[in-house]
Design a protein around this ligand. Structure first.
Ligand SMILES: Cc1ncc(COP(=O)(O)O)c(C=O)c1O
Length: 397
């Protein structure tokens, strides 16, 4: 059984804050500051360039990949970290398209995170005018996996509502149709149990700054099913994905296995912070995390609905259909969220009217949820959000 009191004690959480935004940016693991500082002073400072070998920097992308892999049902040696998620989306979809050369359609849904759609749009423009990005409603995805679809690209947990796509069923449907799948796990990794291997997924990507707590700008990850790695040609063919980077050949030859999805020099400072975060994850069992997450989201929904009738649930009511976040609609949601943040309850806002709250069992407990709802109810019942200072839109919402 995961010891959640112990994991909570391993985060640096400000005293007067209830942090319900770990679905956007996880908090600082206490060990990360010393770990990064040590890395800077002892490794970068003293070892200089020899740190790539002596301190094992070059192995961090795959070492971290394997640790993340445990949380998402990936076999050892199938996940590598690096770059940003947008880049990894591009990489995965480009390779998936190459596996299906006679088809030109990428299917996605309008609940997907816009950056995924933008990246594919840019990729398809560079491939030529006969390629198409087809975007349908989430509930129409299955019916639109037609025989011209090369790639099905979906974000498993909707970033606004938390609605979960059925990865296993959709992957099966896609495969029966000769379609390759790319799953974005940005809101799944560390949020819900994922079984990439059991679902027979082809490609998956995700980020580490949300539920995994790797810090702002922490690297992304990419998974390629072992049956595909040797056929998946990297479109972003950087030198560290080469079979022999230090041979400095002029011709590109993809490396073996998942290493071919590396691009360039890995961000070692960020990866060091992520390794401190993964130490906490090593203490956690995803089944326990999921069970506690469901308890917390159920408690939150019941309490909000009991005290704030103006707020309308925008997430699936069935916890099995919902990730580890809860969203409520309110026309003045932006102002209400600012008022909440001013009182120390941090969630976020997604246009046009979604107040979004993330539940992260590693450091949030039932008492936090109860207290957060008491403050929210005060703000709603007394219209405390209706103040000019809460209506000024900031750059990041
Ligand atoms: C589902 C999803 N995909 C892609 C991205 C973009 O990630 P990045 O900014 O790391 O490229 C995000 C960012 O929040 C996201 O939530």
């Amino acid at each position: 059984m995961t010891d959640f009191a112990a994991t909570k004690a391993m985060f640096d959480l400000p005293e007067d804050v209830i942090y319900l935004d770990g679905n956007s940016l996880g908090p600082l693991p206490l060990a990360a500051s010393d770990r990064v500082s040590d890395m800077m002073v002892k490794e970068w400072g003293q070892m200089l360039i020899t740190g790539w070998n002596k301190a094992g920097w070059m192995g961090l992308p795959t070492g971290l990949g394997d640790r993340i892999g445990r949380l998402i049902g990936a076999e050892t040696g199938t996940v590598v970290t690096g770059d940003t998620l947008s880049i990894k989306v591009y990489q995965a979809v480009a390779s998936a398209l190459e596996l299906c050369r006679d088809r030109k359609v990428v299917l996605s849904d309008n609940g997907n995170f816009p950056s995924d759609l933008y990246m594919v749009d840019g990729l398809l423009r560079s491939l030529g005018p006969d390629y198409e990005l087809r975007v349908v409603a989430p509930e129409d995805v299955a019916a639109n996996i037609t025989d011209d679809v090369a790639v099905l690209m979906l974000t498993e947990v909707d970033y606004r509502s938390g609605r979960i796509h059925d990865m296993k069923a959709l992957t099966e449907l896609a495969h029966a149709n000769g379609t390759v799948t790319v799953w974005d796990l940005a809101h799944s990794a560390g949020a819900i149990p994922v079984d990439l291997s059991g679902c027979n997924a082809d490609f998956a990507v995700g980020c580490t700054y949300k539920y995994l707590n790797g810090g702002p700008g922490a690297p992304a990850f990419i998974y390629v099913a072992p049956r595909l790695t040797d056929r998946a040609r990297p479109a972003l063919s950087g030198w560290l994905g080469h079979e022999a980077p230090f041979a400095f050949d002029l011709d590109y030859r993809p490396g073996s296995g998942i290493e071919r999805m590396r691009v360039g020099t890995p961000p070692i400072l960020q990866m060091t912070a992520l390794s401190a975060a993964m130490d906490i994850w090593d203490m956690a069992d995803m089944a326990d995390v999921r069970a506690k997450s469901i308890d917390l989201t159920e408690l939150f929904i019941a309490r909000v609905e009991g005290t704030c009738p103006e707020l309308e649930l925008a997430s699936p009511r069935d916890p099995q259909q919902r990730g580890s976040q809860v969203s409520f609609r309110f026309t003045e949601g932006y102002a209400a969220m600012q008022a909440l943040i001013a009182r120390g309850v941090i969630g976020d806002f997604r246009a046009p009217d979604i107040m979004r709250f993330g539940f992260t069992p590693l450091y949030i407990d039932a008492r936090d949820v109860e207290r957060a709802v008491e403050i929210l109810a005060d703000i709603m019942q007394n219209r405390l959000w209706d103040a000019p200072e809460f209506k000024v839109r900031q750059r990041v919402t």
